[in-house]
Design a protein around this ligand. Structure first.
Ligand code: KIV
Ligand code: ZN
Length: 388
């Protein structure tokens, strides 16, 4: 049986771009939007048009450019926001308006000073109004992670009645545990009136490092869209990382899900976003960090040289990385040294390797990483030693 498709809603250019100091200009956003379209995302959230003239221009330009994905614009549940978003999306082949309001008790009390009934009314009004411009309207219940499930189900039922096609359930503060977030999605699937007419979407923040786990839990429990960003960038500790959820669903195909993403473009896309934003990716970042396919301990290196699958669950080529790397350090063994020596043209006998390896260890103890040039020098010097 074919795996069910999960929609990938990329918000690198909206939630991702909210990172302090990482502002992009329209030209940079267009380059990234084109790449996201090639990558195969289903929705590109291009910005929040009412927030600034620059954001409006970017959403307008991205709407003209994008060929395959839906282009989405964020709004508050405010008429003017919705009008401005609709105008910016005018040229999009598949426009989507993303509107919503806070639903947790904390948001009701501190942000809106409003009752639950008033919040439902404002949500429904915003969706009805957005529907006068576009067919595809996504509703977000901000801080859904801390909203009680019964009230959330009520808001969602009214949102569908007003015409919402997608219900976004954001864990805005990254508070939920995976089981809790999954149970929330399951509850909504079972209790929202008209849920068969809409899809549930996971939008998880990473404040406790659980964004990816929560999104996957949401999918297992009935959500069919994940909102995420390249490299997991975003407000505070960031959003769910696109590359992580895509590869989890692919590696665990027994779950029965997949996405339209061309994973071979993941590494390059990560570099494009990181360089455009001037935001480094940590070396040990899953899937796209520079150490994600690097092996430095002797035991691991020996295993990987014999068979890649001993210590790698992903083929690096599947995410656009040419090959696994064997990093030479003082923890490396003879197998790794012989492997790297062979790569630069030295076929060492067992005896030669024993001698070169002793020199290598002395050198490696003084240096963090031994590069090809060093290996070359060590071998040449050892040869002199052998002849003497
Ligand atoms: O985290 C959040 O709640 C959001 C909404 C605006 C969708 O980004
Ligand atoms: Zn968010």
């Amino acid at each position: 049986m074919k795996n069910q498709k999960i929609q990938i809603f990329d918000t690198t250019l909206r939630d991702g771009e909210q990172v302090p100091g990482c502002k992009l200009n329209t030209e940079q956003k267009l380059i990234i939007a084109r790449r996201l379209d090639e990558l195969g995302v289903d929705v590109i959230e291009a910005g929040f048009p009412v927030s600034s003239p620059g954001d409006y221009t970017s959403v307008e330009a991205i709407s003209k450019l994008v060929k395959n994905a839906s282009v989405c614009a964020l709004t508050r549940a405010v008429k003017n926001d919705i009008e401005v978003a609709a105008q910016a999306l005018k040229s999009a082949k598949k426009p989507r308006i993303h509107t919503g309001i806070g639903t947790s008790d904390s948001h009701l009390k501190h942000k809106f000073n409003a009752s639950r009934e008033q919040i439902i009314e404002r949500a429904a009004e915003a969706i009805t109004y957005a529907k006068t411009f576009v067919d595809d309207v996504e509703f977000y219940a901000e801080d859904a992670g801390r909203t009680d499930n019964e009230f959330l189900a009520k808001v969602c039922s009214e949102a569908i009645k007003a015409g919402a096609t997608v219900l976004n359930i954001p864990d805005t503060t990254g508070y939920c545990l995976p089981e809790e977030y999954g149970a929330k999605i399951k509850y909504l699937k079972e209790n929202v009136i008209g849920i068969e007419r809409a899809i549930l979407s996971c939008h998880c923040h990473n404040d406790l490092g659980l964004a990816t786990a929560n999104s996957i839990s949401g999918i297992i429990n009935g959500a069919r869209q994940i909102e995420c960003t390249i490299n997991g960038i975003g407000e505070r500790a960031g959003n769910t990382a696109l590359e992580e959820v895509v590869m989890i669903l692919r590696q665990h195909s027994k779950l029965g899900f997949d996405t339209n993403i061309n994973s071979k473009l993941l590494s390059d896309t990560s570099k494009l976003v990181s360089e455009s934003m001037g935001m480094f990716v940590q070396a040990n970042k899953a899937i796209i960090g520079s150490n994600a396919f690097a092996h430095s301990s002797g035991i691991h290196q020996d295993g990987v040289i014999k068979n890649r699958e001993t210590y790698e669950i992903i083929n690096p080529a599947d995410v656009g990385v040419t090959e696994s790397s064997i990093i030479l350090t003082a923890r490396s063994g003879r197998a790794a040294l012989a492997y790297r020596a062979k790569k630069i043209g030295y076929e060492l006998t067992k005896l030669q390797l024993d001698i070169v390896y002793q020199e290598f260890l002395k050198f490696a103890d003084k240096k963090r990483e031994v590069i090809d040039q060093d290996v070359h020098r060590i071998i040449e010097m050892s040869k002199v030693g052998l002849l003497a």
